[in-house]
Design a protein around this ligand. Structure first.
Ligand code: MN
Length: 526
């Protein structure tokens, strides 16, 4: 039975965990009974793949259960009450989050992709929702060939514009690479062919040389007494190669990381030792050593990189890292939260868990550094834990420096990132980013001050509403204007943005001045 396949991939599941997965699998299977995918497969193949991938990533039982049930609220007769009763509030919260994300629309306008990415993150509320959604998209991309032609391009573009940057920002390298390479031929068919043509002549010899180099390095490491390590080779993803070729005159000779060997060792110290051994064995290219351990990339990526020329005259990139760094590079934020998910138990309330798993390190970077330094005696080489938190999470944290209780901090974080802003759409699909509680008046002024000044009415999701109606995430807002309309004092109370207030005040003053001018005395008539 397929539920067992998922359980097999989980890291040390308890009996309760196993039972939870089995029940979630059964509920999904019954719910999707008789439905098929575009490929003709039974529908259950889709949630099942997602369950397997989530388990592979080390996600906890509730996240996997939610992955199995992610399409059941929308597409089957299963109700929220049933999920809550069978699996608890946390699983329901995750399933509902994924369902809600399904309604985030992409209109194909480049201008507002950053807002759309923010909306995407804001609507998900819990990082696990985002992870399930990314895995959902991955499986949909893997089966994109069965989707009607006219839809393929839109889905593939949306993947590149929205999902890939989100995966990148979360440090989820493996999913990112797969999504990119699956979308590439649909979005840039010509360029895809070009890249294939450029790499074809290299392919066979490269893989042979790569394997030879890997074996010889393996031997060398064993000789010097490094025994606890693994190596594997990787060929650069075609989409990422395409991005680089564009910047390097479409010349493969200018690409130095097409082939790479990854060396995964037991400790930071061994990383630096391996680097020395590599440079001793092969000729390093000057200026290509990058120490992302001492200086992690903004999304938290850590490794040592160097480029060498092998005796077989192949240019090779070496990526040297510990097991922990490897997991982080592959699964990013997911690697920080999976263990937590396993621990939180039934008490966990939806949103906070992934944040709290990051919080202790934000609060005590120095304690961590000290204890680590005592153990290894090389403080300068051990980066503080803080450096490993993705930059964008740190950014949220920065505005909250100065202490306070952990609880309050988490609350503030959530408020700031998830609830202080809303994202609404124009009927053309442009995204407008507003503070919570914003009204159609704020929206109108955000579009253009002329539109703001002449606002006579508003439609939200095709329904006429009052100008004081608070807007919600994802609303489609249409402003009606009238040339004779002028801002009035009431608008000042309704407006939330300083932009709108400023414009309204300016218009009121101008109006008052003109009034005075026309009537020759203080005009309080109105
Ligand atoms: Mn799905």
């Amino acid at each position: 039975m397929a539920a067992e396949e998922i359980i097999k991939k989980m890291a040390s599941p308890t009996e309760d965990d196993k039972a939870l997965i089995t029940r979630a699998y059964k509920m999904a299977e019954v719910a999707h009974e008789g439905q098929t995918r575009k490929s003709g497969e039974p529908y259950m193949a889709h949630p099942e793949s997602i369950g397997i991938m989530l388990a592979d990533m080390g996600m906890g039982p509730r996240t996997i259960a939610a992955g199995l049930l992610h399409d059941s609220l929308e597409d089957t007769s299963v109700t929220a009450e049933e999920i809550q009763k069978e699996f608890g509030a946390e699983v329901l919260f995750l399933v509902e989050g994924v369902t809600k994300l399904g309604s985030v629309r992409y209109y194909g306008s480049d201008r507002h992709n950053e807002s759309l990415r923010k909306l995407f993150v804001a609507v998900s509320q819990d990082i696990r929702v985002l992870i399930i959604k990314l895995v959902d998209r991955l499986h949909n991309m893997q089966t994109l060939e069965y989707v009607p032609k006219e839809k393929q391009l839109r889905i593939a573009r949306e993947t590149l514009e929205i999902y890939v940057p989100v995966a990148h920002r979360l440090g989820m390298g493996r999913i990112r690479k797969e999504l990119e390479d699956l979308a590439f031929p649909y979005v840039y068919p010509e360029e895809y062919k070009h890249v294939i043509d450029l790499t074809k002549p290299l392919a066979k010899r490269s893989t042979e040389e790569l394997e030879k180099a890997r074996k010889s390095l393996q031997k060398r490491l064993a000789e010097v007494g490094i025994i606890n390590f693994r190596t594997h080779s990787r060929v650069k993803g075609l989409y990422s190669l395409f991005q680089k070729l564009k910047r390097r005159d479409w010349d493969m000779d200018n690409i130095h990381d097409y082939l790479a060997i990854r060396v995964v060792v037991g400790s930071v110290e061994e990383c630096y030792r391996v680097l020395g051994i590599v440079h001793e064995s092969w000729r390093p290219m000057p200026g290509r050593v990058k120490d992302y351990i001492a200086f992690p990339k903004p999304n938290g990526y850590r490794s040592l990189h160097t480029t060498v020329i092998t005796p077989g005259r192949i240019i090779l990139e070496l990526q040297i890292r510990t097991e922990e760094m490897h997991r982080e590079a592959e699964f990013g934020v997911a690697s920080h939260i999976s263990y937590k998910d396993h621990q939180v138990g039934e008490k966990a309330s939806g949103g906070a868990s992934w944040f709290s798993s990051l919080i202790p390190s934000l609060f005590r970077p120095f304690a961590w550094r000290e204890s680590k330094a005592t153990i290894e005696g090389r403080q300068e080489l051990v980066p503080s834990h803080k450096d490993r938190i993705p930059k964008w999470v740190q950014e949220i944290a920065r505005s909250h420096q100065g202490g306070g209780e952990a609880e309050a901090f988490v609350d503030d974080l959530k408020k700031d990132f998830f609830t202080n802003r809303i994202f609404v759409f124009t009927p053309e699909g442009d995204v407008v980013d507003l503070p919570i509680g914003a009204s159609p008046i704020d929206f109108a002024y955000a579009i253009h001050s002329e539109v703001g000044d002449r606002t006579s009415g508003a439609k939200v999701n095709n329904k006429l509403v009052g100008l004081d109606t608070p807007l919600k995430n994802g609303d489609i807002v249409e402003i009606e204007t009238n040339k004779k309309q002028l801002p009035n004092r009431k608008w000042l109370d309704i407006a939330k943005t300083s932009l709108a207030k400023r414009r309204i005040r300016a218009a009121l003053t101008l109006d008052a001045e003109q009034h005075n001018h026309n009537h020759g005395h203080a005009g309080k008539k109105k």
